[in-house]
Design a protein. Structure first.
Length: 463
């Protein structure tokens, strides 16, 4: 027991030292125009013990010491999550926007924290990106302190990557407090995607190496980086705007039902009854491109004017082989309870009938019935863009929810592309593009009617 207690005390001491050193060595701390946003985990797991003391108590003590010595040239801010409510993935709060609280006021806020809830890291990072508005030319840094993996869905690694690409000179550093293997992997990914460093509060040697790297980055970030060149427009390999009153000769309609599809006014309208699956083997009115896809890299995009009616609509778009094999980007309306329908992006690989892939919620719709959710969607959304890209042997699914022009508020999507982890295929599962539409309502909102989508255009481009 004495040996175990000694190790725990040593681990806690390392933890305290690392947090203190990291906060002292954040990029640009000695220069003007530096902003530091602390994101502190206040989820219930922070009551866990490390070295005979709760992790939240240790974090409070270290942050108090660091704030007391924080350079006057640094503008601090504080964000918390999981600090107000249990089992609430929306419990993220910017309690002190950058420059609105003194060091002493921040310390007072931190000392009042009583951990309660979950770990919505992706949502916290999304909100953090907005905290640096008007500070694009400054040295901006986030310090995320967490003791575990995200428990509220989303892809925090993808969010960190997106923030790092926004041109706000942002660096995301992460400290993992006594975390397990899976949490360490996710937190490391966040730091790497955010152009920062991950610090594990266990190994002093690793911390020394990490601090040396941070010091090197501090010097390098004194000179603003040159703006990245604007990406060149990719040449079009194929495009269909669905002009005329019939499908062009470029397409084959698999399993056709002429009563449930129509080309008119520049769009292809597809109807699917509830319970109809997607896929070329079992779906109906599956749009299949005759022209084979390019041999090298390519990107295929479909713009869908989506009018949800069953809240179980799903669109499958991608590279198809025989039967339902292939790699697809999918838009899936998933009704998860009596008040919420998620609009998910799925990346799906089907090989010999075996399905693998990734999923991410991009948007959600609220309302107590189908009509209310339909009105919510129509009031905020113009279209949903679905994309599958091939780069080497990697296939990446992306989705963008286009906001309705002139509409504002928290319910309106940001209109940015979202993606999930890439899928790999050593050999192409097929050489032609398909688009398939189906519908499957849930037990929360059972519906025996029909879903409708309108395909505005489909484009394929090459590098």
């Amino acid at each position: 027991m004495k040996t175990g207690q000694s190790r725990m005390r040593k681990g806690a001491g390392t933890f305290v030292a690392v947090l203190g050193l990291l906060m002292m060595l954040l990029p640009g701390q000695a220069a003007a125009g530096t902003n530091l946003l602390y994101i502190l985990d206040a989820s219930n797991s922070m009551w866990g013990q490390a070295g005979g003391q709760s992790k939240i108590a240790t974090a409070k003590r270290v942050m108090e010491q660091s704030l007391a010595t924080l350079a006057d040239s640094v503008t601090p801010g504080l964000m918390l999550y999981g600090h107000r409510r249990r089992n609430d993935c929306s419990d993220v709060e910017l309690v002190a926007p950058l420059g609105t609280a003194s060091r002493g006021q921040l310390t007072t806020l931190i000392q009042k924290i009583s951990p309660k809830g979950k770990t919505p890291i992706a949502r916290a990072l999304e909100m953090a990106g907005k905290a640096f508005a008007g500070r694009l030319e400054d040295n901006n840094a986030v310090l995320l302190i967490s003791d575990g993996i995200a428990t509220c869905g989303g892809d925090p690694c993808a969010v960190a990557e997106e923030l790092a690409k926004r041109g706000i000179r942002l660096q995301i550093n992460v400290v993992g407090l006594d975390v397990d293997k899976s949490a360490r992997a996710q937190l490391t990914c966040i730091a790497k995607a955010g152009n920062g460093q991950y610090f594990d509060a266990r190994n002093a040697k690793d911390f020394k190496l990490a601090i040396a790297k941070v010091q090197k980055q501090t010097v390098a970030r004194k000179t603003p980086p040159k703006p990245a060149p604007k990406p060149k427009a990719q040449p079009l390999y194929f495009e269909d705007q669905f002009d005329g009153n019939a499908l062009s000769a470029d397409w084959i309609m698999l399993n056709p039902d002429p009563e449930t599809y129509l080309v008119e006014d520049g769009v292809l309208t597809l109807v699917a009854h509830d319970g109809l699956p997607t896929g070329q083997a079992r779906g109906v009115n599956v749009l299949s491109l005759k022209k084979p896809l390019p041999k090298g890299d390519w990107s295929a995009t479909a713009r869908i004017l989506f009018a949800p009616q069953t809240m179980g609509e799903r669109v499958s778009f991608g590279l198809a082989g025989k039967e339902d094999d292939g790699i697809f980007a999918q838009m899936v309306a998933d009704t998860v309870n009596y008040d919420k329908t998620n609009i998910n992006l799925d990346a799906v690989k089907i090989s010999h009938g075996k399905r693998t892939g990734f999923s991410r919620t991009v948007y959600y719709v609220t309302g107590r019935n189908l009509a209310a959710r339909g009105r919510f969607f129509g009031a905020n959304i113009t279209a949903v863009d679905l994309q599958l890209s091939k780069h080497g042997r990697k296939y990446t699914a992306r989705m963008r929810v286009e906001p309705r022009p002139g509409v504002g508020g928290d319910s309106v999507p940001d209109g940015k592309w979202k993606h999930v982890q890439s899928l790999s295929s050593l050999r192409s599962p097929g050489d032609h593009l398909i688009l398939s539409f189906g519908s499957r309502s849930s037990d929360y909102l059972p519906h025996g009617g029909e879903g409708v989508i309108r395909v505005d255009w489909i484009k394929i481009s090459t590098p």
